[in-house]
Design a protein around this ligand. Structure first.
Ligand SMILES: C[S@@+](CC[C@H](N)C(=O)[O-])C[C@H]1O[C@@H](n2cnc3c(N)ncnc32)[C@H](O)[C@@H]1O
Length: 207
């Protein structure tokens, strides 16, 4: 029998908002179900951050993973005030906060997170260092839209390669490329005392 993930009602509503608003940038499968899976695994009192709320599709998948957990927090940041307002108007569990603002400006003020979905220009194509800094040791960073084959523009290809290099070379991170959807990289952040060896790319990991 094929593996099947039921699409939660909030995800359906977020997809409907995207259609109504003509918003093209919703996250694609398998990112959504993956976000739910990873959200369900955050530790007690875990914190989750999404950069780039859009119409709330990723937010809804993350909330589906957290379910009724009262201990965790889910924060999402959106630059566009009307998008943020439309998402905020939906029915969310009390642990969800939709921030309006520039992710790069807000990142240093938000603290650290156990799971970060970097899905905006800010905090991914620019200011990636701020996002990595906001990852708690042991935390997971999900970056999508990393499939070079999707980008004919040489300038954007260079940006994608730079981000990939940064994730591979940061001694704090252990990244993995997943050739699915729009191209995913998932990186875990090592405990600080193990993140001292510089220049460990995925091909040069310690045994
Ligand atoms: C790819 S869409 C996000 C899709 C959403 N995460 C989902 O799962 O469907 C990127 C979003 O980032 C927002 N954005 C762009 N620049 C931003 C910034 N500097 N800070 C915060 N959000 C930003 C855009 O308005 C857009 O809604």
């Amino acid at each position: 029998m094929p593996f099947h993930t039921e699409v939660p009602a909030r995800v359906h509503r977020a997809l409907a908002r995207a259609s109504e608003l003509g918003f093209p940038g919703v996250c694609e499968d398998p990112v959504g179900p993956l976000l739910a899976t990873l959200a369900a695994a955050v530790p007690p009192d875990g914190r989750i951050l999404e950069l780039g709320t859009g119409t709330g599709v990723g937010t809804a998948w993350l909330a589906a993973g957290l379910g009724r957990r009262g201990d965790a927090r889910l924060e999402t940041v959106e630059l566009d005030e009307s998008l943020a307002a439309a998402v905020r108007a939906d029915d969310w569990p009390p642990y969800v906060t939709v921030h309006t603002g520039d992710a790069e400006a807000l990142l240093p003020t938000l603290g650290q997170f156990d799971l970060i979905f970097a899905d905006a220009v800010a905090g991914k194509w620019t200011g990636l260092d701020l996002t990595i800094d906001a990852l708690t040791p042991g935390g997971l960073l999900v970056v999508d839209d990393m499939d070079l084959g999707r980008y004919p523009d040489p300038q954007h290809r260079a940006t994608v390669l730079r981000v990939e290099r940064t994730l591979a070379d940061d001694p704090r991170l252990v990244p993995a490329r997943i050739a699915a959807g729009t191209g995913l990289i998932i990186a875990s952040r090592r405990p600080d005392h193990l993140a001292t060896t510089a220049g460990q790319s995925s091909s040069a990991r310690p045994d």
